[in-house]
Design a protein around this ligand. Structure first.
Ligand SMILES: NC(=O)C1=CN([C@@H]2O[C@H](COP(=O)(O)OP(=O)(O)OC[C@H]3O[C@@H](n4cnc5c(N)ncnc54)[C@H](O)[C@@H]3O)[C@@H](O)[C@H]2O)C=CC1
Ligand SMILES: O=C(O)C1=N[C@H](C(=O)O)C[C@H](O)C1
Length: 250
């Protein structure tokens, strides 16, 4: 068996260092490059990387991804900050590289992926929904990419079911008190020392409440998803958003 040649960008970061350990320990992979901020992306070509894993920052990821796609390397991306406009740009790059695969995974945690799936299923049965995401205080962005994606999927399911906006009689509020509005779903962000990555999806109906909660207590929780993405990305040419598309969930 030939080992997959994998490069990690953001290799000294919280996620990147964990990913380097996971790739190095995987029998079917070889860690051929581990790059940090300021390193020359040409090292990816020199190392003959087949799959590039990006775990950097929203302000760095697009340049890295462009390099990978234009040099025929598949990419597995955990970095946040993917707006609809950024996704369009990636699709445009991929149009010129039809056999290249890019996976953008808002969350590699299998429990987090299932939380999104369960949220989608529950969405049409409840009048109210709000999301609370809780993270370590060194996180640069809010709300989390996972919470934004969860809200979008729930909003889509509510629209498909013809549900009206969730009830909310709030007539006055301090700015931020009702959270960020993601397609009509309020998303609240907590930043607390001691936390890693957590999400609660709260559904409310007459006389009842359903809470779906996921906790990543350690970044090792993301690694099975990272490795799965690396193994499967070449078999999914084009852009895939969400690890759920690599799992046989339906
Ligand atoms: N999809 C998922 O499951 C997860 C995604 N994340 C996301 O991954 C990203 C990284 O998170 P953390 O590891 O916590 O951040 P971090 O700040 O610990 O690590 C980022 C690393 O990237 C490096 N870096 C910055 N620019 C770079 C460049 N141009 N090339 C190479 N390296 C560069 C930084 O120096 C730093 O070492 C964030 O966007 C975060 O939200 C984090 C956890 C799970
Ligand atoms: O920055 C983090 O830590 C995380 N970022 C991702 C996000 O924004 O959703 C994934 C996970 O929540 C951890």
């Amino acid at each position: 068996m030939t080992a997959l040649r994998v490069a990690v960008l953001g290799a000294k970061g919280r996620m990147g260092s964990e990913a380097c350990r996971a790739v190095a320990a995987a029998e079917d992979m070889e860690l051929v490059a581990a790059l940090g901020r300021g390193d020359d992306l040409g090292a990816l070509s020199e190392a003959g990387a087949e799959v590039v894993v990006d775990l950097t920052r929203p302000d760095a990821v697009m340049e890295n991804l462009r390099y990978a796609v234009t040099h025929g390397m598949h990419a597995v991306v955990g970095t946040t900050g993917f707006t609809p406009e950024r996704l369009r740009t990636v699709r445009d790059w991929l149009a010129d590289a039809p056999s290249t695969g890019v996976l953008i995974a808002p969350n590699f945690g299998l429990g987090a992926v299932l939380t999104m799936k369960f949220g989608q299923i529950a969405a049409r049965f409840f009048e109210s929904v709000e999301i609370v995401e809780l993270h370590h205080p060194d996180k640069l962005d809010a709300p989390s990419g996972t919470a934004v994606r969860t809200a979008q999927l729930i909003a889509e399911a509510r629209r498909a079911a013809g549900l009206p906006p969730a009830p909310d009689a709030t007539a006055s509020a301090l700015p931020g008190a009702r959270g960020a509005d993601v397609e009509g779903v309020p998303v609240h962000a907590v930043r607390l020392r001691g936390l890693v990555a957590h999400e609660e999806v709260l559904f409310g109906g007459t006389g009842e409440m359903l809470t779906i909660r996921h906790d990543s207590f350690d970044r090792v929780s993301f690694m099975p998803g990272v490795l799965l993405g690396i193994r499967r990305v070449a078999g999914h040419p084009g852009l895939t958003v969400g690890l759920e598309h690599f799992l046989d969930l339906d």
